[in-house]
Structure formats: structure tokens, C-alpha cells
Design a protein. Structure first.
Length: 111
């Protein structure tokens, strides 16, 4: 995946071949869902996501990939965690999407 253009901010950024998502994951969260957008103490926006899977042996990361793929309507192989494999905040790239569609599907915003 290629870099997001300079100056792009927010939890959903365009890539040449898809979108990059900044996600804060809550594992063992009782449900698999996207809970909207929030802002951290540094003023950075992120998508709030929760999955039922526990953070053991990569299960929570796999559940996040599956959740994002299903929500965006792309194959699981098109979604990959770029950074944050062991942390709660992750950068995730999804091939084959665009910002407007991702924003609508993940946050309910837009046309």
C-alpha cells in the first residue's frame, strides 16, 4: 500500500489503492462492532472498534481484520494491520476502498 497524501488527517485516510484506518481496538469487548469516532488526548481521531476475541495469539487482530473486511465489503486478504499489532491503537490498510464509502460504512457519515 502507498502512503496517504500529505495533509490528510482523521481516522480514515486515502491511499492510492484503498484506505488507511486509525483504529483503537477493545478486545474481549462483548461484541464485534465499530462504535464510531473518538479523539485521543493528542487530538488525533480514531475509529473505536470492539471484538469478542481475547488478545491472545493474534485472535483479536484477526477478528478486527474480519470485522473491517465485512463492514467495508472487501476480502479479508485485502485488509492488513500495518502498525500496532500488540497495542490497542492500530493502523490498518484496506485495499479496494475509497474514503467516502469507508466513512459511510464505518461511521454512518456522508451521502
Amino acid at each position: 500500500m502507498t502512503r496517504a497524501p500529505a495533509g490528510e488527517t482523521g481516522p480514515i485516510q486515502p491511499l492510492d489503492d484503498g484506505v488507511r484506518l486509525r483504529v483503537r481496538l477493545t478486545p474481549a469487548g462483548g461484541a464485534d462492532r465499530i462504535d464510531g469516532v473518538a479523539v485521543d488526548a493528542a487530538g488525533e481521531a480514531f475509529l473505536k472498534a470492539r471484538v469478542r476475541a481475547a488478545p491472545e495469539d493474534g485472535a483479536a487482530n484477526a477478528a478486527l481484520v474480519a470485522l473491517l473486511a465485512k463492514t467495508l465489503g472487501v476480502a479479508k486478504g485485502a485488509v492488513r494491520i500495518e502498525r500496532g499489532h500488540t497495542g490497542r491503537v492500530k493502523l490498518v490498510a484496506a485495499a479496494g476502498g475509497d474514503v467516502a464509502t469507508a466513512r459511510r460504512k464505518l461511521t454512518g457519515e456522508g451521502p
